[in-house]
Ligand binder design. Structure first.
Ligand code: HEC
Length: 126
């Protein structure tokens, strides 16, 4: 009797926890959260914190599909903070620097891995 009551109590407690755990997953159910190294994104300072901070609510493609100048990114990040994005000032500064450098107006969308740097401004040999 006591044993059965105990089992029932565990079940009664366990079920809502289970349901809660499942329903508090990603708000955007589609993209898996874990394999977050994003090799398509250029390496550099700020990459990791950008991924960590900016994929909490949506896919990183919101960022990697865009090109903005520094002012544009500043206002986007300010808007995201308004939505509830959290981080330290240093975090947001690093994110701003990273996205402005890699997703600025004159940056190609996704440079293929191993692409050499653009040639210096010497005329090409004829
Ligand atoms: C608290 C949730 C949240 C976090 C964290 C967040 N975003 Fe967003 N983001 C949203 C929502 C909601 C939208 C869609 C609404 C919209 O377009 O304004 C969005 C849309 C966007 C868009 C597309 C719309 C636009 O204004 O260009 C970009 C770019 C973007 N986010 C960038 C970022 C960056 C960069 C970060 C990291 C600093 C970030 N987001 C973190 C909630 C968030």
């Amino acid at each position: 009797m006591t044993r059965a009551t105990h089992v029932l109590a565990v079940l009664a407690l366990g079920m809502p926890l289970l349901v809660w755990g499942v329903s508090t997953g990603s708000p955007v159910a589609a993209a898996p959260q874990a394999p977050a190294n994003h090799p398509e994104m250029p390496d550099g300072p700020g990459k990791d914190i950008t991924i960590a901070t900016c994929t909490k609510c949506h896919s990183i493609t919101n960022i990697t599909g865009q090109h903005k100048d520094k002012d544009g990114w500043t206002s986007t990040i300010t808007k995201m903070v308004g939505y509830g994005a959290t981080g330290s000032d240093e975090d947001f500064e690093a994110i701003l620097t990273y996205v402005t450098k890699n997703y600025g107006l004159d940056t190609p969308a996704t440079p293929p891995a191993g692409t050499p740097a653009p040639p210096a401004d010497k005329p090409a040999p004829k």
